[in-house]
Design a binder for this molecule. Structure first.
Ligand code: HEC
Length: 194
């Protein structure tokens, strides 16, 4: 082989070797970064202020963002497994009744109701609007003396082991929170189970 051909071959081999090493070295990085953070794409945590409250230590008395909460949309976000997914831990008697109807769609949406977080019946009487807002935004601040197993839905600080691609993003938007708060504030009755 001529010397020039040998040199050309060497350059090609080196280039490929570099590419292979580079690609392999990226594998652990991708594994650490985890999958794309689709659910919360583009959402931002809106600023909010804590103020004193009667029932809990704090509340968030001002609305998150401009839009007024819509009860109907709040119910949709609450039951949606890809958004609030609240029924995985909570139970709402009103929705349970709907699930008992013959409507297969209602069965699918409201049929499973978890027990980890207890019933949400009556929370509209138990807490003020501002307190409900804080419970959703950051339950750890709402119940500082309890190690509460509920996600912080509109918070990006002091969270542990969040997938790197999801860091800095909230689970729900300010509007979603307002809509759920509107829904919860309408759950006035504590329904006693037989
Ligand atoms: C992983 C489980 C889990 C999920 C998901 C969850 N919560 Fe909770 N939630 C809890 C637990 C646990 C408590 C504390 C219950 C207690 O100590 O009485 C709680 C407490 C609450 C309270 C206060 C209840 C009371 O009577 O004091 C409200 C209101 C609430 N959750 C609303 C929601 C809403 C709305 C969602 C969805 C956006 C949600 N939660 C999602 C676990 C969860």
């Amino acid at each position: 082989m001529k010397l020039q051909q040998q040199r050309k071959l060497n350059v090609i081999v080196r280039r490929w070797a570099f590419l292979v090493v580079f690609a392999v070295s990226m594998i652990p990085l991708q594994a650490v970064a985890g999958p794309e953070c689709k659910a919360t794409d583009g959402l931002e945590v809106l600023p909010y202020e804590l103020s004193d409250s009667e029932g809990l230590r704090f509340q968030i008395s001002k609305r998150l963002g401009k839009s007024r909460g819509q009860t109907r949309r709040g119910q949709d976000v609450l039951v949606d497994p890809e958004r609030g997914n609240c029924l995985s831990c909570h139970q709402v008697s009103m929705l349970e009744k709907l699930a008992d109807s013959e409507n297969p769609d209602a069965k699918l949406r409201f049929g499973y109701q978890g027990t980890v977080g207890g019933t949400l019946d009556g929370v509209g009487n138990k807490y003020s609007i501002g307190e409900l807002r804080l419970i959703l935004v950051d339950p750890k601040q709402a119940f500082p003396d309890r190690d509460i197993a509920m996600p912080s839905y509109h918070n990006k600080d002091n969270l542990v082991d969040v997938t790197p691609t999801c860091q800095g993003r909230p689970l729900l938007s300010g509007r979603d929170i307002e809509d759920i708060v509107a829904y919860l504030s309408g759950l006035k009755e504590e329904i006693k189970k037989p």
